[in-house]
Write a protein that binds this ligand. Structure first.
Ligand SMILES: [Zn+2]
Ligand SMILES: [Zn+2]
Length: 134
């Protein structure tokens, strides 16, 4: 029984992450999972997120404010809005040759690089312009 509940809760956590393209935090996933299963605990959600990231079913995205989760598994960069904190995928290509170049220069076995671009999203820019006019 316990085993069954465990895998059902893991599936729920996984499904919740997969519903998103906006890189939710563990807390946001917890609050959403609670709507489908009010018995699920924060600890269970966090543990399952770690597990799913370890088994490669989801990807962990470390941000400055919190760890976020991504269902997109290919290597890609992120774009952070410094106004509202939104995180989206940056539509620029990933350059694996940078990893190779760095490996050659340093002797490190470089696996990947993570880049976070920062700026104001269009909505926050609009808000800022509107506030400036008042
Ligand atoms: Zn914004
Ligand atoms: Zn992403």
């Amino acid at each position: 029984m316990k085993q069954q509940r465990n895998s059902r809760q893991r599936q729920l956590v996984l499904a919740t992450v997969k519903e998103h393209t906006d890189h939710p935090t563990a807390d946001e996933i917890y609050l959403e999972a609670r709507m489908s299963d009010d018995k699920i605990s924060r600890g269970t959600v966090y543990r399952n997120l770690n597990l799913l990231a370890q088994t490669g079913e989801i990807r962990e995205v470390r941000m400055f404010d919190a760890d976020r989760y991504d269902s997109r598994m290919d290597l890609h960069h992120h774009l952070l809005c410094t106004g509202c904190g939104a995180v989206c995928d940056a539509p620029v290509s990933y350059h694996p040759e940078l990893d190779r170049e760095l490996a050659e220069k340093t002797g490190y076995a470089v696996g990947l690089h993570r880049t976070v671009f920062e700026g104001l999203c269009p909505a926050c820019q609009k808000k800022k312009t509107a506030a400036g006019k008042e």
